[in-house]
Design a protein around this ligand. Structure first.
Ligand code: ADP
Length: 464
């Protein structure tokens, strides 16, 4: 598993904030658009329903008055213009209880049979007002226009159907039910209106999305200012505190040395144990303070990173030598494998520290009589450092976390070992300043391998 960089933590947080803010703004906008659309839809359609309803009621009255004045039913009135349809009225039909048309007219006669069968499919009680869609075949449009020249039908070139709102009203003559009047109002323009409204709202949503993204970016940038100030203050505090602690710690250490030299500790076992423990604790604290100082300085970018050309092999051998006593105390077999020379470029002190951290961990987390190894390999312009062990291994879900500061998988065990969870954070930082990568492959109970790739190494077998 590849370790993530620490330096872009602010950028990642800012991106997350930007995305979070954008979503919130967009959610609000989408809700707003849905509510506006729904309110308009309801208001406009209710208004159309109201219009078609009053239309059918008025026309029913006109027909009833006509019958009363002429003292007759509608049986022979097929050709009479009893009702003068308005501009928006697409058709009116009076259908008797047997389903026969008594009276009626429409804008486009081609649709009569379709309209009649639609009306007959529904009973008036079932649906007092309903909508119908008439499909237009585009080839018919000119033909329709020519036929109905005196009552111009507004068909846009893209319109392929006519939307009707149909209402019905019973017709009574001398207390008897004569038939039902059906009136159809052309509401295609309402659909066209909503189509355009939707296009405009979607267009606006896209424009607002871009604006929301920009506003969110600016907001997250602003939100990061106090966070980064607080982080900087804390970093400076850690750096200053660690720096100030170093001097008293070295004074304590040299004082313990002086006490050891002045008194005869061999005689007093209790004093000897006490001094040994004190020295051990002071060394651990010095180590911790030095790690904290390294990390605090690395955050502020105040550490000078050297760029020397050197043979890496002797440095690695030295690191092996320095951990050898630790390995021997645990009967661990320590292996080292490298070509003749490993010439490279970088900060020799930091790279040695990196190897030391990894070897120290490998020995620490490997039980007695295990195996730990270091291998150096140069491939083209890349140095590959491998530190492997046959130790306790790392759980898959922890493999990413171990590079974080103060992360320890087993806290009580680490405390006993004098570990603070800073070693791998420093290792990661050293790899980062060399533009390299660090990766861990591990199986619980079987061991771990840390693979580091440093791209700066120029050539093998070329002495500095
Ligand atoms: P520590 O000082 O606790 O060793 P590190 O940052 O070096 O701190 O390591 C963090 C954690 O990663 C350790 O507490 C340990 O759980 C785990 N770890 C590191 N190296 C190994 C290893 N070689 N084998 C098993 N676990 C390891």
């Amino acid at each position: 598993m590849r370790a993530r960089g620490e330096k872009d933590v602010f950028k990642r947080t800012q991106s997350r904030l930007t995305i979070g803010y954008s979503w919130q703004i967009m959610l609000f906008l989408i809700l707003f658009i849905i509510v506006v659309f729904a309110v308009l839809y309801i208001v406009i359609f209710k208004n159309q329903e109201h219009q078609v309803q009053s239309m059918v009621e008025q026309e029913a009255k006109v027909i009833e008055n006509y019958m009363t004045q002429n003292d007759q039913s509608l049986k022979d009135e097929k050709n009479q213009e009893v009702v003068l349809a308005g501009v928006e009225q697409f058709f009116y039909y009076v259908i008797d209880p047997r389903g026969e048309m008594l009276l009626g007219d429409e804008d486009i006669p081609q649709f009569r049979s379709e309209l009649l069968s639609s009306i007959q499919r529904r009973t008036p009680e079932e649906n007092k007002i309903y909508q119908e869609r008439l499909q237009i075949h585009l080839s018919n449009i000119d033909h329709i226009r020519r036929e109905k020249s005196e009552h111009e039908i507004q068909l846009t070139p893209t319109q392929s159907d006519i939307r009707l709102m149909i209402a019905s009203e019973p017709i009574m003559y001398e207390g008897q039910f004569i038939g039902t009047l059906y009136v159809g109002k052309d509401i295609s323009f309402v659909y066209q209106l909503f189509k355009w409204l939707l296009i405009i709202l979607v267009g606006l949503a896209i424009v607002f999305f871009v604006i929301a993204l920009y506003i969110s970016y600016m907001m997250s940038k602003k939100a990061m200012i106090p966070i980064s100030h607080a982080f900087n203050r804390q970093r400076e505090f850690v750096a200053d505190a660690s720096h100030e602690l170093r001097t008293p710690l070295s004074v304590i250490l040299s004082s313990i040395d002086a006490i050891e030299m002045t008194i005869d500790i061999e005689k007093d076992d209790f004093v000897r144990k006490l001094l040994f423990n004190m020295k051990d604790e002071v060394k651990r604290m010095t180590h911790l303070v030095s790690d904290l100082l390294t990390l605090a300085r690395s955050d502020s970018g105040k550490i000078e990173v050297k760029n020397d050309i050197f043979d890496f092999k002797p440095l690695a051998e030295k690191a092996i030598e320095s951990v050898q006593p630790l390995a021997v105390s645990k009967q661990i077999n320590l292996q080292f494998d490298a070509p003749e020379t490993v010439i490279g470029q970088g900060d020799r002190e930091r790279l040695t520290q990196l190897i030391y951290i990894l070897l120290d961990n490998a020995i620490k987390y490997t039980p007695n009589a295990g195996e730990v190894g270091l291998s150096l390999l140069v491939k083209q312009n890349e140095l590959c450092i491998k530190v492997y062990d046959t130790g306790i291994g790392i759980k898959p879900e922890e493999q990413q976390l171990i590079f974080e500061r103060f992360y320890r998988s087993d806290k009580s065990r680490s405390r006993q070992m004098g570990s603070y969870g800073l070693g791998l954070s420093i290792a990661k930082w050293i790899v980062d300043i060399h533009n390299g990568s660090i990766q861990v492959e591990s199986e619980l109970g079987k061991g771990s391998t840390f693979i580091i790739k440093i791209p700066f190494f120029i050539k093998n077998n070329q002495k500095a």
